[in-house]
Design a protein around this ligand. Structure first.
Ligand SMILES: [Fe+2]
Length: 479
């Protein structure tokens, strides 16, 4: 039977309809001038859908097929390439010419013919570390791809058997001081398990330390934060149960009765040294940064207090001197996107700037309505000083919506925040995608350059920038 996405609740006509193609664009059209000091590789992940998912699929779209976009910057020009990650799952479905895997993280809804085959959709995040470009999906191990051609190398990447968790979160963190990656898996020993395994991986790509512990309940542990002394892994009130999975629903359901729990792991300690801090139910997936402040840890993050309430940037404080196991919370910024990035050269350290999307309803909006409803897009990137709240703003215009931004430093050793924001914009006026490049020191001045793609990309998941001093350019053009 041929593919037909019509009348699927996840795919009303518009920007998020499946795109399903791979592309090469040599020497992209650029409006403006690409800064001469911006050279390297900008990657983004996208969940796409080659085959029609069940109608009760998790509407987030996080169970789509992993699709990598690469913008390669050299000498003021940009080449573009996109490829699907050729997962076992996608290849099997292509053979069958239909969807075989069921709804999000629920193997009970899979076609029986695929039992035991890796479920990874490799669709959430991408990191270059230890000589490997890995694409992540948190319910499985990563897929390795070639950083230049984007061709798939292999799945179930486990560091020569040393990464023993069956899963790896899509949000590892790289310590900018020693180059080590902290990565972890939850549901580490199998579906619905309460096991969490955490790993320290050196710059050569070797596992040098492991911590194993139990989570207080089975809930989502999507992201972590690191300081120079600690690893923080929050567990939030999106939970599941055997009964829910047996009923055929996607894995997660919001449970506002559950406390937020945060594991604080000493990097030089053992699993027995972990302290759990607790707080009220919070809806959050992504964490900005954390910092040691004597015997206190502070951590900033986008967070909301319910499933559908707007997000804002908060600071959680953990007092290690106190016997009290509650963390404290204070407001940093009302920026309302759940996605925030920073200058990653300052990850784990004292830092100043957060770069976050914001939907400002006071701005003019000429985005055509969809299904009779106005479209409220992320129309600003804010640069927020997390200590003073001082904010500067980039407004993308009245026909555009912004996806997650990434900060690219102007130089290896320059001041924090001296560089560029890179972010994909949906141009609703002509239904194409653009990469906007904004000078982070002059946010209000508008984009210094816009890379125009002659087609539409779906909404992305996460992005990363690897400058030439981390991942060298190979040759003079995209391979
Ligand atoms: Fe994420």
């Amino acid at each position: 039977m041929a593919v037909d996405f019509r009348k699927h609740p996840m795919f009303p006509p518009g920007f998020n309809a499946p795109t399903r193609f791979e592309a090469d664009v040599y020497d992209c059209e650029v409006w403006g001038k690409i800064p001469a000091d911006l050279e390297g590789h900008f990657y983004r992940m996208q969940c796409d859908f080659v085959y029609r998912p069940p109608n009760n699929e998790w509407p987030t779209g996080f169970n789509g097929d992993g699709h990598v976009s690469l913008f390669r910057f050299q000498h003021g020009s940009v080449d573009f390439r996109s490829r699907f990650v050729k997962t076992a799952r996608l290849e099997k479905e292509k053979e069958a010419r239909k969807r075989l895997w069921g709804v999000y993280r629920n193997p009970y809804t899979d076609d029986p013919s695929v039992a035991g085959i890796d479920r990874s959709a490799a669709n959430t995040h991408i990191y270059w570390h230890g000589g490997h470009m890995l694409t992540y999906k948190e319910d499985t191990l990563p897929y390795e791809i070639d950083p230049y051609s984007l061709e798939t190398i292999s799945g179930s990447f486990n560091y020569n058997g040393k990464f023993q968790s069956k899963t790896c979160s899509a949000h590892p963190k790289i310590d900018p001081v020693n180059g080590h990656m902290i990565a972890y898996g939850y549901q580490a020993t199998g579906l619905m398990s309460d096991d969490v395994f955490v790993y320290d991986i050196n710059p050569q790509g070797e596992v040098v330390k492991e911590w194993r512990f139990k989570a207080p309940y089975v809930g989502i542990m999507h992201d972590c934060a690191i300081t120079q002394k600690h690893i923080l892994i929050p567990l939030v009130a999106r939970t599941t149960s055997e009964a829910r999975l047996r009923s055929g629903e996607p894995m997660w359901d919001w449970d506002g009765s559950k406390e937020t729990m945060v594991a604080v792991i000493p990097r030089d300690g053992e699993a027995k040294d972990i302290r759990w801090f607790r707080g009220p139910a919070r809806n959050t997936l992504h964490f900005l940064n954390a910092t040691d402040r004597g015997n206190k840890i502070t951590m900033e993050l986008p967070v909301s207090d319910g499933e559908r309430t707007p997000s804002h940037i908060s600071r959680w404080s953990f007092n290690l001197n106190s016997k009290k196991d509650q963390f404290d919370e204070e407001l940093v910024s009302v920026a309302n996107s759940p996605l925030a990035r920073m200058d990653d050269r300052f990850l784990s350290l004292d830092y100043k700037y957060c770069f976050v999307g914001n939907s400002n309803t006071d701005r003019p909006n000429k985005i055509p309505s969809a299904n009779g409803q106005p479209v409220r897009a992320t129309n600003e990137y804010l640069k927020v000083d997390v200590h003073t709240g001082k904010t500067s703003t980039f407004f993308v215009g009245d026909t555009h919506g912004l996806q997650e931004c990434m900060f690219a430093p102007r130089s290896k050793n320059g001041a924090e925040g001296d560089g560029y924001l890179l972010g994909i914009a949906n141009n609703y006026a002509d239904m194409t995608s653009e990469l906007h490049i904004v000078d982070a020191m002059q946010m209000e001045a508008g984009a210094v350059a816009v890379v125009k793609l002659p087609f539409r990309l779906r909404g992305g998941t996460h992005t990363n920038w690897f400058p030439t001093w981390q991942l060298p350019l190979r040759g003079s053009k995209i391979v």
